[in-house]
Design a protein around this ligand. Structure first.
Ligand code: MN
Length: 360
């Protein structure tokens, strides 16, 4: 049985959530998690390690390649195959060029496909590197493996319009036993056990929601099996807080503290406020950012106005006309916001001037 680990989109050197308090720590965690993968391979060696592009977020520095190569040298029983993706595409002056890798490492340096046999194993890996940040030609679709008996792997980065578009059916029937993909940050199997994106090893930005890690697999008598291994140190999560008419700023803060505590609190959250709040209650969502790792707060709450009653009550006034303008049809989120902001302004102005209330 041949065992492998497939990872992609490590994005070493990325600084997620720049400007947020946890940002520099995240930069370190991306490196740490990569080291943890190598340490776990060192403890429990597999035959093959595939890194399907974007190991670096940008051109690697020389000392960064040295660190990575050192890590690879600590797993001499594992054959490492890697390529440059669109983020770390090999530039003219790139340190990737002719880097003296450890003996167990195959770096696909050229921009034309090459097939390399893993020393002493019936394993054939085909790949090439990006030399420019965008490649619009479907360079993978027509590739086929060699005639040798064995485990044939294609290392491939991209899959969208500007990064080597891929025809799933063409690749499915290409003859490769496994297509180790990279570029899409959400883990997903295009074809189960055959064509898989492991996703970014660590989430790189707030769009990379949910668990992240790598793919672990095996090939035995031509049968490939894979499974996703969650390995990232944190993930981006959505946290929904439901408000009611009794909610206040302080009660909301308590609600959030409890929710974070229950969830472990180490992750990074996109907070969504839903439900209603009493019209006379002010909520300051930005203050919630002090309570945890919060990248973004979406306030979808609306004041608990009884529109029908208000429309009747203020019929013939500006506020009444304003409500009438919005009622009787489905409102977009923007229109709904306009309705409630406008209404609050009109009612407050009316209340202070006394004019609207006098009519009741
Ligand atoms: Mn990419």
């Amino acid at each position: 049985m041949i065992r492998f680990i497939h990872l992609a989109d490590v994005h070493l050197g990325a600084v997620p959530d720049r400007g947020c308090p946890w940002s520099s720590q995240r930069e370190e965690e991306i490196w740490d998690t990569f080291r943890r993968v190598i340490a776990s391979v060192s403890k429990n060696p597999v035959e093959l390690l595939f890194i399907a592009g974007d190991l670096f977020h940008r051109q690697p520095l020389k000392r960064e390649l040295k660190e990575v190569n050192y890590l690879f040298s600590t797993i001499p029983d594992t054959q490492v195959f890697l390529m440059a993706g669109n983020h770390d595409a090999i530039s003219r002056e790139s340190f990737y060029r002719d880097y003296p890798w450890a003996p167990n490492v195959t770096f696909f340096q050229t921009e034309t496909p090459e097939t390399v046999q893993a020393p002493g194993l019936p394993v054939y890996v085909t790949g090439f590197s990006y030399h420019r940040r965008e490649i619009r030609e479907p360079l993978y679709d027509s590739l086929t493996p060699g005639p040798e008996e064995g485990f044939h792997v294609l290392l491939a980065h991209g899959g969208d319009e500007n990064h080597i578009p891929m025809d799933k059916l063409a690749l499915a029937s290409s003859g490769f036993d496994y297509i180790a993909l990279g570029h899409i940050h959400m883990p997903q199997a295009v074809i189960r056990d055959k064509m898989v994106y492991p996703g970014a090893l660590e989430p790189i930005d707030r769009g990379d929601m949910g668990p992240h890690g790598y793919v672990e697999g095996s090939c035995e008598n031509g049968k490939v099996q894979t499974r996703f291994v969650p390995f990232a140190s944190r993930s981006y999560k959505k946290l929904v807080l439901e408000l009611g008419e009794e909610s206040t700023q302080f009660s909301l803060e308590e609600q959030m503290k409890t929710a974070l505590l229950k969830d472990g609190g180490q992750d990074i959250y996109r907070v969504v406020l839903q439900g209603v709040h009493a019209p006379d209650t002010m909520i300051f969502p930005e203050k919630l950012k002090l309570l945890g790792n919060v990248v973004e707060i979406l306030d979808e709450t609306r004041p608990a106005y009884d529109l029908e009653a208000l429309r009747k009550r203020y019929s013939g006034t500006l506020a009444g006309d304003y409500i009438a303008h919005f009622t009787g049809r489905t409102l977009s989120l923007t229109e709904e916001k306009a309705l409630y902001y406008g209404l609050r302004a009109l009612l407050e102005a009316g209340a202070s001037a006394g004019t609207l209330l006098q009519q009741t």
